[in-house]
Design a binder for this molecule. Structure first.
Ligand code: PBG
Length: 326
């Protein structure tokens, strides 16, 4: 008889045989940055997540870093008066993300700062690109704009730019433009396999980017597909992506597992997205599940599936709970 229960006899023994353990350096903490001072505006559908002005962002990063978190992903949120049909406030001089990167890097040069490269939070129509006469996103016009955004973030000092628009050729367009300007040290974290998902709902409240008409199904992947994720990843690697991403994560563990196995030498990131976060928060608020246990289990599962890093709105809470226990 196999005496498997010997591995589980008490907590010390279980800890000893645990194969997967999440640590601070695995985590990437996302932030929503806005103009202003002293702004800490809560997002109703994402309890515990805020829109922060740069000063508040600095304070929050300081706290997160005290728990050992050293990687951050920044999203800009702009006033609707700044939105236009192209999303040009994403790359204008002194755009909110570039300003935030400069300030954060000045104070915390040792951190890894990543920036989201997309226009959905900056376009009046909420789509991830420029529209053509038929109201479809024009791929080749859009990637030029994505490259402009990436350059502005890289010039500000971003370590990674992270294109999330799911336009074909976006990684190549960005890499070329960065290299042309001598920004060869800036790396690309590509949202390679990004599926169209209902689980992005709360995020769209956070950046006020819900599409005004239609949906994102003509550019984000159909969740009934598997093989296309391999093609997307292969293309991104060929175009110069440094790190890869599968998104969402909790609902796409099979894709994470498969991509890690097919591309074991590439650093893989899983994005535990807003809806996956909000579900745990909401169920815990109702007393249906234990929040801390559900959070630890969900994030550990993403690492167990093969993600080297996890983008999570729980990152700070995870680490602060851990420090309280130790
Ligand atoms: C922007 C973008 C989205 C997310 C990250 N970047 C929204 C979308 O594509 O609709 C989702 C993140 C989350 O839900 O936590 N293109």
């Amino acid at each position: 008889m196999l005496r498997s229960r010997n591995y589980r006899i008490d907590k010390k023994t279980r800890d000893k045989y645990a194969e997967v353990k999440l640590s601070a350096r695995d985590l990437i903490y996302p932030y929503f940055v806005v103009e202003g001072e002293g702004v800490r505006e809560s997002i109703p559908s994402m309890e515990g997540v805020y829109q922060l002005s740069i000063d508040a962002l600095i304070d929050d990063i300081n706290e997160a870093y005290s728990y050992g978190i050293d990687k951050f992903l920044l999203f800009g949120v702009v006033d609707s008066s700044l939105k236009d049909d192209k999303g040009s406030s994403a790359w204008m001089e002194n755009n909110i993300v570039s300003k935030a990167v400069r300030e954060v890097k000045k104070r915390f040069p040792m951190l890894t700062i990543m920036t989201d490269v997309c226009v959905c939070g900056y376009t009046s129509h909420g789509h991830c690109g420029v529209l053509n006469a038929d109201d479809q996103v024009d791929n080749d016009a859009t990637i030029k704009n994505l490259a402009r955004i990436a350059v502005s973030h890289a010039e500000a000092g971003a370590d990674f730019v992270a294109p999330s628009a799911m336009m074909d050729g976006q990684v190549e367009a960005i890499r070329k433009e960065l290299d042309k300007r001598g920004l060869i040290g800036t790396k690309i974290l590509s949202y390679s396999a990004k599926y169209h998902s209902a689980f992005y709902g709360p995020f769209r409240d956070a950046v006020e980017s819900a599409p005004a008409f239609g949906d994102r199904k003509t550019y984000q992947m159909d969740y009934r597909t598997i093989g296309q994720s391999i093609e997307e990843v292969e293309a991104d690697i060929a175009e110069g992506a440094d790190w890869l991403m599968v998104k969402p994560a909790h609902t796409y563990l099979d894709i994470i597992y498969m991509i890690k196995n097919k591309f074991p030498d590439k650093t893989l990131v899983g994005y535990h997205v807003s809806g996956e976060y909000a579900m745990i928060k909401a169920a815990a608020a109702k007393g249906y599940i234990d929040e801390n246990e559900a959070m630890v289990e969900a994030l550990t599962a993403i690492k167990r599936a093969g993600a080297d890093h996890i983008i999570s709105y729980f990152a700070k809470e995870y680490m602060s709970n851990l420090s309280k226990k130790d």
